[in-house]
Each structure stands twice: as C-alpha cells, then as structure tokens.
Design a protein around this ligand. Sequence first.
Ligand SMILES: [Zn+2]
Length: 315
Amino acid sequence: MSGQNSAFCAPARTSLFRHISSLRASVLTGALAAASSMPAHAALDANVQIVDSGNLVSGLYGQIISNVSAALSDWGRHLVGSAKIDVEFNVTDTLATAAASSRASAYIGDQGGIHVYGAGMAYKVDTGVDVNGATPDIEILCNPNYLRNELWFDPDPTLRQLGVPTDKTDAMSVFIHEVGHALAFNGWGSSVDGSLPGNYASTWDINTVFKGGELFFVGSNAVKLYGSDVPVTIGSNYHIGNASGVRSDLLSDVMNGVSFVRGSRYDISSLDLAMAKDMGVSVLAVPEPATLWLTVAGLVAIGVVTRRRQVTLPA
Ligand SMILES: [Zn+2]
C-alpha cells in the first residue's frame, strides 16, 4: 500500500542457546552518553558495537549508533535503574528487516511448576548485575538494504522534532521497538497460542492466555490501563494489536505487530510501560490513569538462557 510500510513481526525459531558468529571483518565500537536532560537515576547509556562483515553500511555507522543510543535512552527515561547496555548491532541479510533480543536471561523463580526467566537487559538495569559478563547484553540484527533504503535516521534522535520523510520508516521507532523486545517483549511461547516448549517461560509468556482462539496479555497493570485483556497480534506473539476490528486501536503503539507507517513516528506508550511493569521491569511510573511507583523486581537468581529473537518482516 502506498505510503505504508507493512511490517509483520514473527518470532525467529532460534534454540535456547545461541552460538556467536566469529565472522567480524569490520567492527565499529561507539559509545554515546545519555542526553544531559535525562534524569540521573534513570539513564541508559549505550555501548554500540557494529558487526558489518561486508562493510555494507559503513556510511551509516554514526547514524546507527546515535539512533540506537537514543532508543535506549528513551526507554531509560521510564526505568528506575541506570546501566550501560552493551549492544551488538549485526548487519545481516539473514532476515528482511530487524530483530532483537537480550543475549541472556535471568532466572526469577518458579510459578506453577514453570521456571520463569526475565530478560538479561532488565536484570542489568534493575540490579546492576551483568548476567553474561563481557558478552553483549542485547543483540539487534538488521538487514543492510533495510538500513540503506527504507530507514530514515533522525539527525537529532533525542529531540525527534524533524518531520519523518513520507517515503521512509523512522529508524528510531524501529529501534525503540527492538529494544522493547530485548527488555521484556520476548519469550519462548508459540507464535499462535503461546504454548510453551518446555517447563520454562519468560515473564511475557506467563502473562499471556489463549482463549477464544486468540492470545491475550493479561497482566494486571496492563488490563487496568487498557480496560480489558490486551490482544496479542494474531500469529505474532510478543506484539500487540491487530489489523482490523476493535484490536486496531493498538496499531499506533510502537510494540504493535502489524505495521509501521512511513512518515510516522512511534514512541513508548503508557500501555507498553504497564506491560513492562507486569513483566517485572522496574518502571518509574505508568502515566494516567494509574500513576504508580513500582517496586524493584524480585529477581533472585541468574540464568543464561538465550532468548528468542523477534523479527520484523515486511509484508
Ligand atoms: Zn517486533
């Protein structure tokens, strides 16, 4: 459709333990501090390492680093903890658009006989403990053609005031979405019905219920804010909203699993934050109608279960 970039998001079928590629012909490391306007108690700094073995997007390194860093800072404005997040940004044509995950997970506890894990990034932000040491905390994968031809890189990604070109997709919106996957919107449940592959689950997985042929996020804060169970994107777990009917009210959400409209800018919503709170992320506050201060998540132990990546695919 003209003027739109339909982007289905489907989970990548990776194993629990992911092998790290040794092909790193070209690596650029950059670090940008959070904007000075960020509150000191809620800053997420980024240390972005670009892995681009074919030098396919060498002209974009600075813009990638600035936009990924700003996306992390954007989430950081809403979180209690502060941390420097090590990001591996992998340029790869193994997917059509983008994907992301935390590299490791933190064991939280058992619930109904299920071992529950939170994202390593959330654990680091909450506790300051890096569950996988020197290994990058999160991984973002992005197709080189998507980077070169589709995305628009905001020259001032902190202010976000310039108009997004009507023939481009806002890279900041995409990176905020992907960082959301790395932070909490992720797990191992089936794309269709959320069924688990074993006796383990993510903090998202344990907050979803399959009923009436649809999957819903049923965390109490999200339900209170939204007014009902939150519809998960049909066939694309770890996203919210659907293309038609009453579910279409969520298509403006940055974590929607249907599309990003070209020329549009997406940001973290109150619902995203309420869902993050339900998933144990220490969020500063969930704005109206419920302004609540949140407690630190009860993470009690550490695991190293690599999480499934979430993939954004063009229709
Ligand atoms: Zn996604």
